[in-house]
Write a protein that binds this ligand. Structure first.
Ligand SMILES: [Zn+2]
Length: 70
């Protein structure tokens, strides 16, 4: 089974630290072990990656430090 290519972490812009973890609840999350970014939970690894990728495409402000002006 092949999984989609993950887009870089929205915080550290790196793919090296991204992994898909399965939680006790059964949900899969794309997670960054470096900055603790947590992607959307999905029932399958492929779905979790796709949701993570689509979030990067839409650039949700809540998940994008670049949007923050201080
Ligand atoms: Zn990160």
């Amino acid at each position: 089974m092949t999984t989609p290519k993950m887009k870089p972490c929205p915080t550290c812009k790196d793919t090296d630290n991204l992994n898909v973890f399965t939680y006790d609840s059964g949900w899969r999350h794309v997670e960054c072990v470096k900055c603790n970014y947590l992607g959307p939970g999905c029932g399958t690894i492929a779905s979790a990656i796709r949701r993570h990728n689509s979030d990067q495409d839409t650039g949700r402000p809540s998940n994008s430090p670049d949007e923050v002006t201080s």
